[in-house]
Write a protein that binds this ligand. Structure first.
Ligand code: ACO
Length: 449
């Protein structure tokens, strides 16, 4: 099979959201901390009517219906998520409900978990399956889904929730340039979930930021080396049309892109940027790597030098992440969806690089080459199906107080049995799956609006 990659996408996020400027005020944070400091507009969250399973069911069913794909045509299904609902039963098994009805139980794959990285593990597995001798001609389907919630405190505004489904197969418009994929994996305690009785992570905020940027450096350097070795040409940001970055919050995406420019400078101080920008980086040419992560002047200079390129190459991929917040595994792919949404008429022929990061840590930088397609899998049809504008416009804004009381309710619900949802925030778009009850044996039941 040729041109294996992402054929189709669908995106889902809960209708319930809270505005970051209001949250800032409610939390007593200084004005602008969440909106400018973190760069976020609003945050979506699940009430007790929804969870990672219902969001996954919603996004898969919607993708199958909107692209008219019969469930029999799926031969592999993988889920990337770090939202723990059951320590043994995979999220994938709940989704099998949608395939059992037509008698298709011959579907490989289960869940992948490592913080925000699982979705990427799933994408790479599915692409590799289609490219392997095991492929039977059917499509693969990836679901990246999470509900990201933090305990009260500085990390809470970086929550979010949502799911992305992606159909994988040959002749795709979004082709993975698999041969250039570069990874960096290491053992860190930056963000982890050791307390199995709580949905909240233990997070060392400052350490996550450094681990993130270090992983990006490592991946980018390896990526450039692989690219040069395999294509015979050097690689820099000049070869990149768009950059999609895992987005815990937008400020870190801004810093990440600036960091790539700094890497280009270190690689070759004259070739990859204007003389003016190179001169700005000159004072930092001999900084140790360790120092470079904490040097505020370097951060400022890089962000300034990267600003115009950021607007052109990065900002089209930031719409959903800024509006919905960190969707953990789904965040990177919601960024890719945002890019298709904002540039579908001019994306063909372009190269997109994507950086996936999951704390603990697992990270990969990979490349997508975009092709136009005249089928149902055209870029314009993907943008139409996702209907991101429509989904954002139909959201229900709630007060920070209601958001806080929902978080309290969800703390009570986590790991609980024998209940039916009670939140009054029960507006759901048509076609949304929701939880109807959890029975005394912890079994979960779902229905669709
Ligand atoms: N106006 C404008 N900017 C402001 C204001 C203000 N009034 N107040 C603060 N800021 C800026 C700060 O200068 C800082 O920006 P900078 O980094 O460019 O200097 C930013 O807002 C955040 O302020 P901090 O004081 O650094 O915030 P704090 O330490 O309280 O929390 C953090 C931020 C650590 C990111 C926290 O939200 C967190 O722990 N989040 C979860 C971890 C996370 O997302 N890590 C990222 C990778 S791992 C993952 O994906 C989960």
């Amino acid at each position: 099979p040729q041109n294996v990659g992402i054929l189709a996408m669908e995106v889902y996020f809960p209708v319930t959201c809270v505005r970051q400027d209001k949250l800032e005020e409610f939390d007593g944070a200084s004005k602008g901390k969440y909106t400018i400091g973190l760069g976020q507009d609003s945050l979506a969250f699940c009430t007790d009517w929804e969870d990672v399973v219902s969001m996954s069911l919603t996004v898969v069913q919607s993708l199958l219906e909107k692209y008219d794909i019969s469930p029999e045509r799926i031969g592999r299904l993988e889920v990337g998520s770090e939202t723990v609902i059951d320590k043994s039963k995979s999220i994938k098994t709940w989704i099998m409900k949608l395939f059992e009805e037509c008698g298709n139980s011959d579907i490989e794959g289960v869940d992948s978990t490592n913080a925000c990285y699982g979705g990427t593990a799933a994408v790479l597995n599915c692409v590799d399956w289609v490219e392997s001798s095991a492929w039977d001609g059917r499509f693969a389907l990836v679901i990246a889904a999470d509900s990201a919630v933090y305990a009260e405190g500085p990390a809470r505004p970086t929550g979010g929730a949502g799911a992305v489904a992606m159909l994988i197969g040959p002749d795709a418009p979004l082709v993975l340039e698999r041969r250039y994929t570069a990874s960096h994996m290491a053992h860190t305690y930056d963000f982890y979930k050791p307390n199995l009785a709580s949905e909240y992570p233990v997070v060392d905020g400052k350490l996550t930021q450094t681990c993130f940027l270090k992983a990006l450096d490592m991946c980018y350097r390896k990526f450039c080396t692989k690219f040069q070795k395999r294509s015979g040409k050097p690689f820099s940001l000049k070869d990149v049309d768009y950059f999609v970055c895992h987005s815990p919050y937008n400020k870190l995406v801004q810093k990440s892109f600036a960091r790539l420019l700094y890497n280009d400078y270190l690689k070759d101080t004259t070739s990859y940027m204007s003389e003016l920008d190179a001169a700005k980086f000159q004072p930092f040419a001999n900084l140790s790597l360790e120092e470079s992560y904490t040097n505020r002047d370097l951060e400022k200079v890089s962000q300034q030098a990267a600003k115009s390129q950021y607007e052109a190459k990065v900002s089209p991929a930031t719409l959903i992440p800024k509006q919905v917040g960190n969707m953990y595994c789904a965040s990177l792919y919601a960024g890719l969806g945002s890019l298709v949404h904002s540039t579908s008429d001019r994306l063909a022929g372009k190269r997109v690089i994507l950086f996936s990061y999951g704390s603990g840590l697992a990270s990969t930088l990979f490349s997508i080459h975009v092709r136009e397609s005249s089928t149902v899998f055209s870029l314009s049809n993907i943008a139409k199906v996702m209907d991101i504008e429509g989904k954002l416009a139909s959201r229900v804004e709630v007060s920070p107080k209601e958001f806080q009381s929902t978080m309290h309710l969800m703390e009570k619900r986590y790991g609980a049995k024998d209940f039916t949802p009670e939140s009054e925030l029960n507006t759901l778009r048509p076609g949304t799956f929701y939880l109807t009850k959890v029975d005394p044996l912890y079994r979960r039941f779902y229905a669709r609006t």
